[in-house]
Design a protein around this ligand. Sequence first.
Ligand code: SAM
Length: 242
Amino acid sequence: MSDDEKPTPAPAEPARRRMVRPPTGGTAAGRSMGGKIKTAEKKSISSIEWIKRQLADPWSEKARAEGWRSRAAFKFSEIDDRFRLVKKGSRVIDLGAAPGGWVQVCVNRGAAAVVGVDLLPIEPIPGSILIQADFTEPGVDQQLIEALGGPPDLVLSDMAHNTVGHRQTDHLKIIALIEIASEFAIRTLRPGGHFVTKNFQGGDAGHVLADLRANFQDVKYVKPAASRKGSSEVYLVALNKK
Ligand code: SAM
């Protein structure tokens, strides 16, 4: 998993701050991280290096200070500031939701229902339903729709796999997650709904882009400020499902 795929935090919502109440649920990332570093001798070298990077990262520091679960919260806040995806009463499905930064942003910006899924457990966030499951397993998609109680207005995917270090294998896994999230969004979103997915520059997701362009009125690329400069991470924002 690259740095940007790891759960971390980011800056605040400066210009148009729409957070109507403090981030909800669980402990701030920083508090739990303090505990983790003490047990570092039990962790792999890559885990220790990752924790050190988080502690040195200003976006992570800002997220800890503001109570966001991850620096990723700032990436989605920026995307939402630009496109106004979350509206009062929105119904949202968040794929790859742990530790919960995007869920926090959606709840704080007035979403009526947020269902998140992740391979990892997520500490409860009031106003959301959080399911631990592999989204690629059969039946999980239906489980999410049932938990939401109907079709979503917004589908988000920040899913990222743990890299195995073999370039082609990692590439195929990245593309597979983008494909399955896109297919789910196209199949389940109500007309006029929106979809955001993590993507990677240079990745061969051209066919996904073509599908999105065929099914949405507009598709934009976004590189949020909180996304590490050196990483190839970008986000695809598909607007207004036909
Ligand atoms: N957006 C999140 C936030 O704001 O806190 C951060 C998401 S993190 C970058 C990527 C997540 O994708 C990881 O927690 C990982 O477990 C999850 N993930 C990867 N593959 C998955 C799958 N097949 N099903 C569910 N979650 C998955």
